[in-house]
Design a protein around this ligand. Structure first.
Ligand code: NAD
Length: 448
C-alpha cells in the first residue's frame, strides 16, 4: 500500500472521482444484499437503511463528487507586509496510508462515509469493520473487493483487539480514524501516540435532552421518540436521558407514551420499524438498567429474540449506572428540574457529551442552554438530525471525541494543509540581510 501510494496513482482528480463513482455503482448494485445484511445484523428495515446507511452514504458521495474539484483547488491567502511581494497559498495534500475503524451500530455508514473523505483526499485506505455486525461486514467486503485493488483499499476483518494492535504496531499509518466506544478509543489513541500518528476519534457520550417549560410538548415527544428508539436506541447521538421542567413532566410522559405506541405498535417485537439489540452482551447490559428506576412505560424483553421494548424510566438516582454509563439502548430516563442550575449539575457529571438537545420556544433560553453546555454538536427543537447535514462538521469534544468529518470536513480530515509561500526574485531589498545594525526602527515599523 505504501508503494502504491508513493507511486502517486491516487492523487489526480480524475482518479479520485473515478473511484468514488465506481464505489457508488457498487453500493447501488448491492442494494438488496445491504438490506438483507442489515436486517440480519440489526433488524433494520429498508426504509431505515436508506435514511441512515446506504442512502445517507450515497447522498454524501454525491455531494463529494459535486464539490471535489473545487475542494482540491489551492487556496490563495493574503501575505503580510514583511513578506511582500511574495504570494501565499495552502495546498491540500493526501496524508498517505490511513486506517479507518468502524463500530457495529451503523456498520455501513460509519465505515464507508469516512472512506469517502479518505478517497476524495487521495489516500490509500485500510478498512476495519466491527466483528459484531458480520453479515454487513461480509457485504461490505464484497463491495470493496469488487471495486478496488488491495494495495489501494484493503478490507481487513477479524477480532479488533487482535487485528488492530497488530496492524498499528507493525506499520506506521499516516492517520487513524476511529468510531466506537470511549474506552477502546483511549487504547487506539495510546497506540497511535507510540508512533506519533494523528487520530480522529468519533466516540460515544451521554447526550442530554432538555425539555423546557415553554417547549412544544407534542413536537418534542414526536422527535425524541423517533430518534431515541430508532435502531433500538443503539445510536451514538440518541438522546440518552431527558431533563424535563417540572411543569411539563406529566404532559411529556403522556405524549411520549402515545408516540411510542403510534410508531412501534402495542407489540414492537412484531414491528418492521423496530430493531433488535446487537448481541446478548449488550442485551444483558441494557436490561440491567430497567431495574434502576420506576418503569413508566415498556421494558418487556426477550433474550432469545434480542428484543427490548422501548422503556421510559422514572425515579433514577443520578449516581446509578443508568445515569453514569452511555445507555446505547431503548431505555429513556426522565429527570425533573426546576432551575437551570439544577439541570446543569446533572449534565456536568458526564461533561462534553457528543450532542446536546434543547426543546424551547424562547430564543433567550435556547442561547443560554447552548452557551452553558459544551458538547460536540447540538439541536434546538430536534434531536440527532444535525449529523445529516453534510455542511455541519460532525464530531465530539473531550470524552466524546477528537476531530470532525462529513462533507468538506471529511476531505479536510484526510488532507494535510501545506502552506506554501512563493517569493519573486526580481525584488530583493538589502534591508533583509545582515548587517542588521541600525535597522531596528524600520523593523519595528514593518513588524508591528
Ligand atoms: P467498540 O469500541 O467496541 O468497537 C469499535 C471498533 O473497535 C470495532 O471495529 C472493534 O473491532 C474495535 N475494537 C474493539 N476492541 C478493540 C481493542 N481492544 N483494540 C483495538 N480495537 C478494538 O465500539 P462499538 O461497541 O462497536 O460501538 C459503540 C460505541 O461507539 C458507543 O459508545 C457509541 O456511542 C460509539 N459510536 C460513536 C459514533 C460517533 O460518530 N461518534 C458513532 C457510532 C458509535
Amino acid at each position: 500500500m505504501r508503494q502504491y501510494y508513493t507511486s502517486g496513482a491516487t492523487r489526480p482528480y480524475a482518479f479520485r472521482r473515478q473511484q468514488l463513482l465506481a464505489l457508488k455503482k457498487a453500493v447501488q448494485q448491492y442494494e438488496q444484499a445491504i438490506y438483507a445484511a442489515l436486517h440480519a445484523d440489526l433488524k433494520k428495515s429498508a426504509e431505515e437503511c436508506w435514511v441512515t446507511e446506504n442512502g445517507f452514504f450515497l447522498a454524501e458521495l454525491n455531494d463529494t463528487v459535486k464539490h471535489l474539484e473545487q475542494w482540491m483547488e489551492p487556496e490563495a491567502l493574503p501575505t503580510n507586509l514583511l513578506n511582500l511581494p511574495a504570494s501565499s497559498k495552502v495546498i491540500r495534500e493526501p496524508l498517505g496510508v490511513v486506517l479507518i475503524i468502524g463500530p457495529w451500530n451503523y456498520p455501513l455508514q460509519l465505515l464507508f462515509t469516512p472512506l469517502l473523505g479518505a478517497i476524495a483526499a487521495g489516500n490509500c485506505v485500510v478498512l476495519k469493520p466491527s466483528e459484531f455486525a458480520p453479515a454487513t461486514a461480509e457485504v461490505m467486503q464484497q463491495i470493496i473487493e469488487s471495486v478496488f485493488p488491495k494495495e489501494y483499499v484493503w478490507f481487513v476483518k477479524g477480532d479488533g483487539a487482535t487485528v488492530i494492535p497488530e496492524m498499528m504496531r507493525g506499520f506506521r499509518f499516516d492517520h487513524v480514524f476511529y468510531t466506537g466506544s470511549t474506552s477502546v478509543g483511549k487504547l487506539i489513541y495510546q497506540m497511535a501516540a507510540e508512533q506519533l500518528v494523528p487520530v480522529t476519534l468519533e466516540l460515544g457520550g451521554k447526550s442530554p435532552c432538555v425539555v423546557e417549560s415553554d417547549a412544544n410538548i407534542e413536537i418534542a415527544a414526536k422527535r425524541i421518540v423517533m430518534t431515541k428508539f430508532s435502531n433500538a436506541g443503539q445510536m451514538c447521538v440518541a438522546p440518552d436521558y431527558i431533563l424535563v421542567h417540572r411543569s411539563q413532566k406529566e404532559a411529556l410522559v403522556h405524549a411520549l407514551r402515545k408516540r411510542i405506541v403510534q410508531y412501534f405498535g402495542e407489540l414492537p417485537e412484531h414491528c418492521d420499524n423496530y430493531g433488535k439489540i446487537i448481541n446478548t452482551k449488550q442485551f444483558d447490559r441494557i436490561v440491567a438498567y430497567l431495574s434502576q428506576g420506576k418503569l413508566l412505560h415498556g421494558g418487556r424483553n426477550d433474550r432469545e429474540q434480542l428484543f427490548i421494548e422501548p422503556a421510559l424510566l422514572d425515579d433514577v438516582k443520578t449516581d446509578s449506572p443508568v445515569m453514569r454509563d452511555e445507555i446505547f439502548g431503548p431505555v429513556l430516563p426522565l429527570i425533573m428540574f426546576e432551575t437551570m442550575e439544577e439541570a446543569l449539575q446533572i449534565i456536568a457529571q458526564n461533561p462534553n457529551p457528543l450532542a446536546f438537545y434543547v426543546f424551547t420556544a424562547s430564543v433567550k433560553k435556547e442561547t443560554a442552554w447552548l452557551e452553558a453546555v459544551p458538547a460536540g454538536g447540538a439541536c434546538v427543537n430536534n434531536a440527532s438530525w444535525h449529523l445529516t447535514n453534510p455542511s455541519l462538521p460532525f464530531g465530539g469534544r473531550g470524552n466524546s471525541g477528537i476531530g470532525a468529518y462529513h462533507g468538506k470536513n471529511s476531505f479536510e480530515t484526510f488532507s494535510h494543509r501545506k502552506s506554501v509561500m512563493k517569493t519573486p526574485t526580481w525584488f530583493d531589498p538589502a534591508l533583509k540581510y545582515p548587517p542588521l545594525k541600525g535597522k531596528l526602527k524600520i523593523f519595528k515599523w514593518i513588524i508591528r
